[in-house]
Structure formats: C-alpha cells, structure tokens
Design a protein around this ligand. Structure first.
Ligand SMILES: CC(=O)N[C@H](C=O)[C@@H](O)[C@H](O)[C@H](O)CO
Ligand SMILES: CC(=O)C(=O)O
Length: 308
C-alpha cells in the first residue's frame, strides 16, 4: 500500500467470494487482486460494505477477509478501505481496532440502521466512538440512505466534524442528492476531504460537481471502461466521457429492470472475470440462469469507443 496517498479515482466495492455451501472463500482473493489490478486497472478496494455483504458476515469472517486482502494486496494495491460499521458499537470498535492493527489504509462506517440516530449529533457521537479506536487511520463516513434509512444530510454532518473526529477524511456518498454533495464540496474546500461517489450510473454528474473519485460495485468489472471515462473527463473531452457513461448506464439500466443487486453483481463478476464468486448469503438469493444469459448477452453487445 502507498501510505498518505490521497484517495481518488476508482475504488472497487468488492464482493465476498463464497463457496457453493456458503462459506467465505479466501482462496480466490489473490486472483481477485491480480484481476482488479491487471485487467481493470483498479488499485483501490472497499471491503465488507454493501456489495461485500459485510452486514451479513460475522466478526470472524470480516476479520479474515480484511487480513487476506491486506496480505494479498501488499505491493499491489494502493488503498484497502475496510468497512467496519455494525449495529453493535463494541463490535464496530473491535473491527476498527483490528483494521488499524493489520494496516488498513482507511476505515468506513455506515449509520446504524435499526435504532437510528435522530440527528447529526447522535450520528456523530456514534461515529466518533468508532473512529477513536483507530486514531491513526483515516475515517470515512459511508452515506447510503436508501439502505440505512438515515437521511441526515451530509452537508450538515460535516459541519465541524474535524473537531469531533480528527481522523475524518471523507465520505463515500451513495445517494442521488447532488445538491447535498455539491454543498459538501463547496463548504469543505479547505479540509481536503475526499468525496467518493457511489451511484455508478451517474458518476459523471458527480465528477462535474467536484467528486474526487468513486466507490462502487461496477468497478469490479467495468473499471477499465470507467477509468477511460475519468480520463476523458480530465482531458476534457466531455462528449467522450458522456459516451462511456451512457454505455455503462445502458448496461445498468438493462439489468436493473431484470432485478439487480449484490447477488447479480456476484454473477456478473463471475462470468466477466472467470473467478467463481459463488452465491450470496441469505436473505439474498442467487441470480437466475436467465439473468446471467441476458446480462452476458447485453454486456457483449455493447460497442465501446475504444473499440473493445
Ligand atoms: C446500493 C448499492 O449497492 N450501491 C452501490 C454502491 O454504493 C453501487 O455501486 C451500485 O451497485 C451501482 O451503482 C449499480 O446500481
Ligand atoms: C458500493 C459500495 O460502496 C458498497 O458496496 O459498499
């Protein structure tokens, strides 16, 4: 890993490989790292989040996965961000200490989603108790209101957060409210926070407003294409950037209509990479054979600007 390098560009929200009988499958992580770096040009990962079914794993599994990724990612990955959020504060604190001990480049936490914080102060207090267990590790808030139901606006949360959480480093912003994101960016220029966008189908809009990069599930298998979009945006060649966003959007629009979630992401990643990611864990159920055939045909039919 490259310490101190500001997090930007693409971060793959990794799936958790599982065996057919539902155990975590650590044996393919090495191959997974090499695939992301070599085939997708993605050198940052976000573990045990939504896509990684982090909240469906036990503490032991989460630790084992984190250890394996850090181990296999050594000298290959730039950043390994570990999601350590949990409903139980002591469990989350334990995971934060563990992440620090094994050398994670950052930790992230979602808002607790059973008993929910009613306001910014309650949420900050919860996050602070976790962040302070890893006082040397950059801390990211993972905002995903569609899943947590915690709709506290990030722009409000960030107001004065550095005083409460000195390690605060940025936000993984998985919401479509681009006004909130824009206000976050506009009001925190001095803070050097990283704003990583998490709705892959509209990343280009977030880049236009000033996002530093993105964390998402599709960068597992569309990382190379999305990197070309980032390059086109930086040039700037907006027409080309849009073309990439339209095409990744065309795929996502198609699969979303068929029913698209973590199970389907695992299936797509399996057929694209050739690495067996296995089934998801209940309550998620495996993608259907019909989904796989249709999704594969759709992906194969897309003609990208780079001719691939
Ligand atoms: C709800 C969810 O899982 N969001 C992911 C990350 O935040 C995204 O990467 C989506 O999977 C992606 O944007 C496709 O809809
Ligand atoms: C997309 C994302 O960041 C996650 O799966 O947690």
């Amino acid at each position: 890993m490259t310490p101190g390098k500001k997090l930007q560009g693409l971060v793959a929200a990794t799936v958790t490989p599982m065996t057919p009988d539902g155990q975590i499958n650590l044996s393919v992580i090495r191959q997974y790292v090499d695939y992301l770096v070599g085939e997708q040009n993605v050198k940052n990962v976000f573990l045990n989040g939504t896509t990684g079914e982090g909240l469906s794993l036990n503490i032991q599994e989460r630790k084992q996965l984190a250890e394996e990724w850090i181990h296999q990612g050594k000298d290959k990955l730039d950043h390994v961000i570990i999601h350590v959020g949990a409903l139980s504060l002591p469990e989350s604190q334990e995971l934060a200490r563990h992440a620090a001990a094994i050398g994670a480049s950052g930790i992230a936490v979602i808002a607790p989603f059973f008993f929910r914080p009613a306001n910014k102060d309650e949420l900050t207090a919860f996050l602070q108790k976790i962040a302070s267990e890893a006082p040397e590790v950059p801390f990211y808030y993972y905002h995903i209101p569609s899943l947590t139901g915690v709709k506290i606006r990030v722009e409000e949360l960030l107001d004065g957060i550095k005083e409460q959480i000195p390690t605060f480093q940025g936000v993984k912003f998985s919401d479509t409210d681009l006004l909130d994101l824009a206000q976050c960016i506009n009001k925190n220029e001095r803070e050097q926070f990283a704003f990583l966008y998490g709705v892959d189908e509209q990343l280009l809009s977030a880049l236009a407003i000033g996002a530093n990069g993105a964390v998402g599930s599709t960068y597992n298998y569309l990382g190379r294409k999305t990197n070309l979009m980032l390059q086109a945006f930086a040039k700037p060649d907006l027409a080309l950037a849009r073309k990439y966003q339209f095409l990744t959007g065309e795929f996502l629009n198609f699969v979303i209509k068929l029913g698209f979630g973590v199970a389907q992401t695992k299936a797509v990643m399996t057929f694209v990479s050739g690495i067996p990611m296995g089934p998801p864990r209940l309550p998620l159920v495996d993608a259907s054979e019909e989904f796989i055939i249709k999704a594969k045909a759709k992906l194969d039919s897309i003609i990208w600007p780079d001719g691939d």
